[in-house]
Design a protein around this ligand. Structure first.
Ligand code: A3P
Length: 320
């Protein structure tokens, strides 16, 4: 089996050099099946697609980066493991959410090879992906595993991505990526895991066609009413809160545990060095606000992106 994996890795390496390549936000992306994968994810994404065997109990957390992935990792982990841990002894207090729930493309199939820790993930297994719905491994679509998608308005998503790019170490030229240039790439769909509208629309449509399989959540709705959204999430995952748990205030307790303020202030998430040497753990917690884009985008840029989103999402029922 290891030989097969090595052979696949060689094939992937050969394939990657033939793919269209472009740079955005100081990162080199490769275009595969219409998706712009960053160099850190392209090989893993292909291996994940070819090798991953979903189990019916698996949970796939899908998103565009900078849409609330970290928040959902903490929430999903807490919901499905609440018989195992309390909010006082949960590993979330000592482990970064990204080390607790890893990325399929970037961690589990790093560089195109399945990693050994794949065999040791606790049940139910939770995987984070940024791959578009149409390119998910067949077994994800064919099995009974569940998919949770988290979506954020594109203006805040862009601004969060730009700030995140600024905090990454070892980027091209070491200087912050230019806002105008990054904005242009984002609007063209050439940012990592873009085009954003295809990433969003694939899961949006799947959630409408098959609401038991795909749950579509909005960052903004969660900011407005986390208690209702958390209950909706738990019910979808097959771990609904009981009346007794609700009466005990457990929904509120998990919401507070996973709140931006609480997670940001945990020592493990404040470090400026962690398991990924390029990305400091605190880069995942900036300010967690809705509408923060007005501080970076000019009114005409914001207007342009809103109009673009209106056009791209026209007729879908999605409005930002
Ligand atoms: P900002 O840059 O706007 O602050 P992702 O987790 O997909 O990488 O997204 C990161 C964004 O989510 C950042 O947005 C980050 O601050 C915000 N975020 C992280 N944890 C959060 C939480 N628990 N609640 C709300 N927002 C959170």
């Amino acid at each position: 089996e290891e030989d097969d994996h090595e052979e696949l890795k060689n094939k992937i390496d050969k394939l990657v050099i033939t793919l269209p390549k472009d740079e955005s936000f100081g990162v080199v992306n490769y275009k595969y099946q219409g998706i712009w994968f960053p160099f850190t994810a392209i090989r893993g994404a292909i291996a994940f697609q070819k090798l991953f065997k979903a189990q019916d109990s698996d949970i796939i957390l899908a998103s565009l980066p900078k849409s609330g992935t970290t928040w959902l990792k903490a929430l999903i982990f807490s919901v499905v493991n609440r018989s195992r841990y309390t909010t006082k002894n949960t590993p979330l207090l000592t482990t970064h959410p990204h080390d607790l729930v890893c990325s399929a493309e970037i961690n589990h199939y790093r560089d195109g090879l399945p990693q050994h820790h794949l065999l040791h993930i606790s049940q139910p297994r939770i995987f984070a992906v940024h791959t578009h719905h149409a390119s998910l491994p067949h077994s994800v679509l064919d099995s009974n595993c569940k998919i949770v998608y988290v979506c954020r308005n594109p203006m805040d998503n862009f601004v969060s991505a730009w700030h995140f790019a600024c905090s990454i170490k070892g980027k091209i030229g070491e200087s912050p990526p230019l806002v105008d240039e990054s904005f242009r790439k984002y609007c063209e769909g050439a940012a990592s895991f873009g085009p954003f509208w295809e990433n969003v629309l694939g899961y949006w449509k799947a959630s409408i066609e098959n609401p038991k399989k795909v749950l579509f959540m909005m960052y903004e709705d969660m900011k407005e009413d986390i208690v209702s959204e958390l209950k909706r999430l738990a019910t979808f995952l097959g771990f609904p809160f009981t009346e007794e748990e609700e009466a005990q205030g457990l929904v509120e307790e998990i919401s507070s545990l996973c709140s931006f303020e609480n997670l940001k202030n945990l020592k493990v998430n404040q470090n400026d060095s962690g398991s990924n040497p390029r990305v400091p753990p605190n880069a995942f917690f900036r300010n967690g606000k809705v509408g923060d884009y007005t501080h970076l985008l000019t009114p005409s840029m914001a207007e342009y992106l809103k109009k673009l989103a209106d056009d791209k999402f026209a007729g879908s029922g999605l409005v930002f």
